[in-house]
Design a protein around this ligand. Structure first.
Ligand code: IMP
Ligand code: MG
Length: 332
């Protein structure tokens, strides 16, 4: 802090929601700015309740944290209003007037395109909505009466917050390998997902960022189609305790072991200053709920040290369970 970016390093679903909720509570975040769109779901366990948030920033767990949706983001209005009510954040959430709108027609186009179906899109319509934005015919947040009370200039507000020393987190969605520019094209999403793009969507210049926290899961998962090096079968994934279903669409997630090569590519292209490693307890069940590094078994420490050696980036945060505070914090 003061300005941190949280980005995903693989194909999304690395556990960004959990890391962001920890930072919101532990580091006392003042602002949490969400980028991306409704196709991504961030899972947050808070007070024993599970939230799968497609629009509301993960910083909501801290009552004092102001929540913002970036100009570069794409808002699905019905989902936004539903989550605002569910999380009770009416007073502290705002949307940039220039954010664009994902409409029902975009979802229909997404679901009825054979080509997009072949890529395994989420069906929310984000790709078609961005196409429309690029054509300069998209509806923006300022054109929607239901959003009127929430509108603000998020870009200016965010910069002012950073300049006055507030703690600001720019919340990325998805992961580097789903990036339109750096991912496994054409099996990617409709935007760049890297740390620089997260800053661009929020309207924050690169020199204002202090930390880039790259979230990596202890094994790799991917939903939808496209390559997944080292992929294992569903049966094997169940046996290893790696089998997951998507928080947003409920689809099965495919899985593969952690890759040092992919981790290095992701730390490099994102300019990571810290790695947050999640779900260590899925690789080493003895780690569940551990909150100090010393208590980790030797093999778990070796796994972490290999990642640090190969990427030359410190593993500052280690997730050991689903709740925000199930975590080892080695930053200091
Ligand atoms: P779209 O973003 O809905 O167009 O889908 C394009 C590809 O990105 C598909 O393979 C989706 O499964 C994947 N994708 C999009 N958002 C997420 C996410 O938040 N987590 C994981 N995969 C995602
Ligand atoms: Mg997700």
């Amino acid at each position: 802090m003061p300005c941190s970016v949280v980005a995903g390093g693989f194909w999304g679903d690395e556990g960004k929601g959990k890391i962001i909720s920890y930072l919101a509570l532990n580091d006392g975040l003042d602002f949490c700015i969400r980028t991306g769109s409704v196709n991504a779901a961030h899972t947050i366990w808070f007070n024993g309740k599970r939230h799968a948030l497609h629009m509301v920033p993960g910083g909501f767990v801290n009552q004092m944290c102001r929540l913002r949706i970036a100009a570069g983001a794409n808002v699905q209005v019905a989902q936004f209003l539903k989550e605002v009510e569910e999380t009770n954040v009416q007073n502290r959430i705002r949307v940039d007037s220039q954010a664009s709108i994902v409409e029902d027609k975009h979802s229909t186009q997404d679901k009825s395109s054979e080509y997009l179906k072949g890529l395994g899109t989420t069906g929310w319509g984000v790709g078609p909505a961005i196409e429309e934005r690029v054509r300069r015919t998209a509806k923006l947040a300022k054109d929607v009466p239901e959003l009127k009370q929430y509108l603000t200039d998020v870009a200016m507000e965010t910069n002012e917050a950073i300049d006055s020393g507030k703690k600001v987190l720019l919340e990325g969605t998805q992961g580097l390998l789903l990036s339109l520019f750096h991912g496994t094209y054409p099996y990617v999403t409709s935007r760049d997902t890297s740390a620089s793009a997260i800053c661009s969507e929020a309207g924050v210049g690169p020199a204002k960022v202090d930390h880039v926290i790259l979230v990596l899961k202890s094994f790799i998962t991917r939903v939808g189609t496209g390559p997944l090096p080292g992929e294992i079968s569903k049966e094997e994934a169940i046996k290893r305790g790696w089998f997951e279903t998507a928080a947003g669409t409920g689809r099965d997630r495919r899985s593969a072991p952690f890759s040092l090569e992919l981790a290095r590519r992701a730390t490099t292209i994102n300019g990571a200053t810290q790695i947050a490693l999640t779900k260590l307890d899925c690789l080493f069940p003895e780690c569940k709920g551990t909150r100090t590094y010393e208590q980790l078994p030797k093999e778990a420490k070796q796994f972490i040290e290999r990642i640090e050696t190969h990427t030359q980036v410190p593993v500052g945060l280690i997730g050991t369970g689903p709740e925000a505070l199930d975590l080892i914090d080695r930053r200091k």
